[in-house]
Write a protein that binds this ligand. Structure first.
Ligand SMILES: CC(C)(COP(=O)(O)OP(=O)(O)OC[C@H]1O[C@@H](n2cnc3c(N)ncnc32)[C@H](O)[C@@H]1OP(=O)(O)O)[C@@H](O)C(=O)NCCC(=O)NCCS
Length: 175
């Protein structure tokens, strides 16, 4: 990035800093078990970090998923965290862009996220009612389930997202 922030694939040696970043970015939520489970996955999880002056200041994970009964590959974005002192400098956006580019290069047709539409809408995500998340969402979260096409055209398929083990926890999909 032009402001001296580098984005690169995460390394095993980043673990300690990641376990400091997440509680700082999410003081009310414990995402460490999900983070560890994702980083321990051998295939289909991509992880990028943002580095400023040698310090890890942001992270994104992306998981390759399927649609039950179909052959398309789609990505699931998250979690995403930027160190509180480094927010509002474009780091979150740069991590999202890196992640989407990588998913596209891996053959994903679209990417999904469960997150604040006011934030993800900035990057082109739109509420998705075609592909369902793996667990029913509470009504107030329905618009938080969003997707973005990675090939410019909105895919015309529907179905249910099939996720690998780290995401098969109902508590990740409910308040
Ligand atoms: C959300 C988060 C990743 C954004 O990272 P960031 O590096 O600050 O993002 P960017 O710099 O690319 O974008 C910042 C812009 O998004 C806005 N923004 C941040 N969170 C937002 C939200 N929830 N809703 C709407 N806008 C939001 C900021 O106000 C800022 O806009 P502005 O510059 O016009 O004022 C970061 O705030 C964070 O880690 N928050 C805590 C963890 C979290 O909520 N993660 C997302 C999980 S779904």
């Amino acid at each position: 990035m032009s402001n001296g922030i580098d984005i690169r694939a995460s390394l095993p040696t980043d673990r300690e800093a990641l376990e400091v970043l997440y509680p700082a970015a999410f003081p009310d939520e414990d995402l460490i078990p999900l983070l560890r489970a994702l980083l321990d996955e051998e295939d289909g999880v991509f992880s990028f970090v943002a580095i400023s002056d040698g310090k890890l200041v942001g992270h994104i994970a992306l998981t390759m998923c399927g649609i039950a009964g179909r052959s398309e590959k789609v990505g699931l974005l998250g979690p995403l965290a930027v160190s509180p002192h480094f927010q509002r400098q474009g780091i979150g956006g740069a991590l999202i862009q890196e992640g989407l580019d990588h998913l596209k290069s891996e053959g994903a047709t679209q990417a999904h996220v469960l997150g604040d539409p006011a934030y993800y809408g900035r990057f082109g995500f739109e509420p998705d009612s075609n592909v369902s998340p793996p667990y029913d969402l509470p009504q107030e979260w329905k618009t938080a389930w969003q997707s973005i096409s990675l090939h410019g055209v909105k895919p015309d398929f529907d179905g249910t997202l099939s996720v690998p083990k780290p995401w098969r926890q109902p508590t990740l999909w409910a308040p």
